[in-house]
Design a binder for this molecule. Structure first.
Ligand SMILES: [Zn+2]
Length: 193
């Protein structure tokens, strides 16, 4: 039964002199819900609330559900949340770390999020999207990209800079704390600004 149908039934019962409690019981709704039906029979206020408090989906940018009120919109639209949860379920920390280690073995350096995104898109073209996790999945499992690298025992990435091909082999394994305190002026990598 749609909301419209329930509202019609509730109004019909009210015209027949039924009490709020009787209507609620008959329709198996809370009294508060029946009150809302009478105050907002066409759902205009509800729609307005959904629209006003909607957020923006962090994955696709479409509006998220604002029903829960101010500041309570979920991060993702329901479609993206389903995709994210399905995807997230397939990724264990060990699996992600092993991919990072494999990458390091192949390229001699830690992977960047953007590189995995690119690989993932390529994987989707050949219908193998699970080969690399979403950045959001890595963040969800480890807390951040660098925490994932550090958990795998790999050098962390500093924001805005990335080891070039120079001096490969001298790269040391840094903990997350060490890596972020290295200032760019004392960079040993000889990058010119
Ligand atoms: Zn979305």
């Amino acid at each position: 039964m749609s909301r419209e149908d329930r509202v019609e039934l509730a109004e019909d019962m009210r015209r027949k002199g039924k009490s709020l409690g009787q209507i609620a019981e008959a329709l198996r709704l809370s009294k508060q819900t029946v009150r809302c039906y009478f105050a907002d029979p066409h759902g205009d206020k509800l729609r307005e609330r959904k629209r006003r408090y909607a957020g923006e989906c962090i994955d696709c940018g479409r509006p998220t559900d604002g029903t829960a009120g101010k500041g309570r919109a979920p991060e993702r639209c329901s479609n993206c949340r389903q995709l994210f949860e399905r995807e997230r379920a397939g990724w264990t920390p060990e699996l992600i770390e092993s991919l990072a280690l494999e990458w390091h073995g192949k390229f001699g350096r830690s992977p960047r999020a953007s590189e995995w995104r690119t690989r993932r898109r390529l994987g989707e073209l050949v219908d193998d999207p699970l080969r690399f996790p979403l950045t959001a999945t890595v963040q969800d499992v480890f807390g951040s990209w660098n925490l994932m690298l550090s958990s795998a025992g790999l050098p962390c990435l500093r924001p805005g800079s990335y080891p070039r091909e120079s001096a490969s082999g001298t790269s040391t394994t840094l903990t997350a704390a060490n890596a972020v305190t290295v200032s760019s002026s004392s960079s040993p990598r000889g990058e010119t600004p």
